[in-house]
Design a binder for this molecule. Sequence first.
Ligand code: ADP
Ligand code: MG
Length: 560
Amino acid sequence: MEKKQFKAESKRLLDMMINSIYTHREIFLRELISNASDAIDKIYYRALTDDKLTFEKDSYYIKIESDRENRMLQITDTGIGMTKEELEENLGVIAKSGSLAFKSENEMKDGCDIIGQFGVGFYSAFMVADKVRVTSRALGSDAAYRWESDGLDGYTVEKCEKDSVGTLIELKIKENTEDENFDEYLDQYSIKSIVKRYSDFIRYPIKMEMKESRLKEGSSDEFEEYVEENTLNSMVPIWKKNKSELKDEDYEAFYSEKRYGFDKPAKYIHLNVDGTVSYNAVLFIPEKIPYDFYTKEYEKGLELYSSGVLIMDKCSDLLPDYFGFVKGMVDSDDLSLNISREMLQHDRQLKFIAKNIKNKIKNELSNLLKNEREKYESFYSEFGRQLKYGIYSDFGMNKDVLKDLIMFHSSKENKLVTLGEYVSRMPEDQKYIYYAAGESVDRIEKMPQTEMVADKGYEILYFTDEVDEFAIRMLSNYEDKEFRSVSGSDIGIEDESKKEGSSDDESGENNGIFEKMKEMLSGSVKAVRASKRLKNHPVCLSNEGELTIEMEKILSAMPN
Ligand code: ADP
Ligand code: MG
């Protein structure tokens, strides 16, 4: 039987592919620059094994030129170039990746710097261009060839002239249509910002001649235009630099350059992890809460880079909600990307990194608490509520991570204390951790229910955030000490007078008055009873059952 090859309608396939895999058109530039960078990398790797070749970093670069009038955009590189055959194979066959082949031929391991692997990125140029022309001269060859295509019906390859080794890509940028604007791909400032956004950390300079204007010499109002060649990318990312070479200011500059916030970071964490999954990360704990932090609009997440190329702006899987205030980025060579390089194929590596990062943040916060108390307190005043929500949410799954990071106002210390500090000070006869919930520290201080506990010399934690009591319920105990609300029906303090055997309550002689009181309060209370808990106040409220009065208030205020 004769075996036939599948045939594909290439134009349709190309269309389908291009328009379905990418969500942002501007990434075509990321793809072409990545290819250029790969091409230079290949010379570099060749030079490592071939004595006749030298690699002088300065002579390798990527250059972008735009010509508005003719709607032409050019990307030149001084990389390894392509032979006629390579042009046909790599650009003529969809999903053929010369870079992937290069990696396996040279037995380069997965974590190497070469970016290409799917053999489709190049075609993203057709999202913005009607016509693409690639002129290339391969390393070690005198001949140059030109590949040209309008993305519709095939391509042509012809011999041509080219002075130096490398590749020139020319795009004829599409005309604007009623609802699509392509001009930005010709505008030097837009180009610069696209490069900065996706390709800032490509290791070779990405140059562009930019037209600028300046005051004419000796004049105060006449301007002149001049052209200056700028390098658009920063090349060496801060996270790949040696920590010992970096100063606080460098991290602060990175923080503001990245627009992580308008404040200064309270703390930064720089990680270079080598292991099962290798990655670099720079994380920041902001000083000030972002204005939209407690709104729906706030999106947590870290920037995710793969081999220095931006993949995702806000990768939310990298941060648990309770650390959602952390800003920063992660770069790993070990991610398995999907074909658009906008998403990941497996989240195994990501999960690994996320777990790692979570622990690092926790440790950093613990250290801050231990060593820089004041700084921690100001951090806590901004983000403490988030940590408490963290304990409460996910059915208490994260309580072990968080229980030592939370603090409450203490009746004794008159400042924030941790649960550990509270427990370490507990007198021997004290069985429970006492708390009182209320609107504010002032209000709680005036609560009659606190008197008895305070009289015993016990410390009381003041819960002023709505979430406090819910979080503590989730914890249920700290170092085996249970929590008790001072307004609860059983505060677990042995009643002195009871021991003497005189109790008004039991005698029942006041029951008549109590019934009357209850009647007068017309159903607002369940019962009126004599209490042993009061000293200077005639009356206090107390609850029975699971929910405390404060919790009931919160729950009844919640929309159903
Ligand atoms: P990928 O980069 O994933 O391999 P592309 O579609 O972006 O896929 O590119 C296909 C192939 O074309 C690359 O693998 C590479 O071999 C070749 N190529 C593309 N651009 C260049 C370039 N500027 N210089 C040399 N080779 C290139
Ligand atoms: Mg590519």
